[in-house]
Design a protein around this ligand. Structure first.
Ligand code: PMP
Ligand code: GLN
Length: 389
């Protein structure tokens, strides 16, 4: 007998990520791709030179499991300088294969079958499958348009005896909302004297605009001792240094949490591309101001893109951080957002992401997300097409 094994899906609700779907559609139709979040410009030449250098010098075998020491050292210095947070390089910082792996690993290390994890919707697409694969249950707290601010009464109501973790993402993809000092204080109050662990997805930490409510200040979980002691803090070099394809990021956490993280990390990926790590360490030493300039760099892109859309029928929501801009399209169409972006890509030549893809219940606010991490020429060409819609 030759029958295929029956394999009931562990993730029956999951299809291919919207980022892959929309990028593919953009390519098929020759559309300008403002969907998936990645820059269309090159990283700094020095970074490229340093990777080639370290490959030529022989950094081609396994690096240490936690990441190369020079990179962990610059990460520790950065966390100290920016957030006044001391993390031990030996025991409290691990280099990961992108933020996606760091998030997956933190969840795998903490969440057991039956545990609940609080997430905020719109929710980044990797969180729920990662929770489900551990047998956990997501408790979704909605961030409501147009402000998309957390409602702490709702968060308090979602916390229960099974709550193991809260995952937060600030600056927030896709809404561009940035959490404030008051949010951090509320969060601290809610988790005090509990066993709840926090997972901070802070991949856009350097992209907080000074004209927003936090005046350019990123509220990292690392800033506050009370939060830090129960937190995994995740950032991604992909977002900061225009190298999303390198998949290098890190997680910082107190030693006891990091010990559990590494137990999982070593069997999920073991370690991360060696020459990239050394190159990043060299680059961060040589160009210590690069990350601090990022917010200004992207603020200009945001403003340029918003100007491009000024004469259009799209209504733009505020954007206080990240490299994403939300737009309402109700003056153009009454289609559901997923259909609208397909139409926009195929018929009008600009690809975007439907915000409903970030909603676990599929709810549709009539909003789409554009990525403005693009050359001005790309943004201008997209603007011309979008003004004609
Ligand atoms: N979290 C958020 C909010 C993101 O936007 C992204 C990617 N854009 C990630 C995590 C994943 O980052 P990485 O590419 O480093 O895995
Ligand atoms: N995080 C990126 C975005 O929001 C996409 C990353 C991916 O394709 N998985 O567009």
């Amino acid at each position: 007998m030759n029958s295929l094994p029956r394999l009931p899906s562990r993730l029956p609700q999951v299809g291919t990520t919207i980022f892959t779907v929309m990028s593919r559609l953009a390519t098929e139709h020759g559309a300008i791709n403002l969907s998936q979040g990645f820059p269309d410009f090159s990283p700094h030449a020095l970074l490229l030179e340093r990777v080639a250098h370290h490959m030529a010098m022989g950094a081609n075998q396994y690096p240490p499991m936690a990441g190369v020491l020079p990179l962990r050292e610059v990460i520790a210095e950065k966390l100290e300088t920016l957030y006044g947070a001391h993390y031990d390089v030996e025991t409290e910082i691990t280099v990961t294969a992108g933020a996606t792996q760091a998030i997956f690993t933190a969840i795998a290390a903490c969440v057991r079958s039956g545990d609940e994890v609080i997430v905020f919707a719109p929710v980044y697409d990797s969180y729920l499958p990662a929770i489900a694969l551990q047998g956990g249950t997501a408790r979704v707290v909605n961030l409501r348009p147009p402000a998309f601010r957390p409602d702490w009464t709702e968060v308090a109501a979602a916390i229960g005896p099974r709550t193991r973790m809260i995952i937060l993402n600030t600056p927030h993809n896709p809404t561009g909302t940035v959490w404030t000092l008051a949010d951090m204080a509320d969060l601290g109050r809610l988790v005090r004297d509990t066993d709840i662990v926090l997972l901070g997805d802070e991949v856009y930490e350097h992209i907080v605009f000074a004209d927003g409510p936090t005046a350019g200040r990123h509220e990292s979980l690392a800033r506050y001792a009370e939060l830090r002691e129960r937190s995994f803090v995740v950032s991604s070099f992909g977002k900061t240094f225009h190298i999303t394809g390198w998949k290098v990021a890190y997680c910082a956490a107190p030693a006891a949490l990091m010990a559990e993280f590494r137990k999982a990390h070593q069997f999920i990926v073991f370690t991360v591309h060696h020459p990239s790590q050394l190159a990043l360490a060299d680059f961060m030493r040589a160009e210590p101001g690069f990350a601090a300039e990022l917010a200004n760099f992207y603020r200009q892109k945001r403003d340029f893109f918003r100007q491009q859309l000024a004469g259009s029928r799209f209504e733009l929501l505020p954007c206080d951080g990240t490299y994403f801009q939300l737009a309402r399209y109700d003056k153009i169409s009454a289609q559901p957002d997923a259909e609208f972006v397909r139409w926009l890509t195929i018929e009008k030549g600009v690809a975007a992401i439907p915000v409903s893809a970030f909603m676990p219940d599929g709810s549709d606010h009539g909003l789409i997300r554009f990525c403005f991490a693009k050359n001005d020429a790309t943004l201008a060409a997209a603007g011309e097409k979008l003004r004609a819609v």
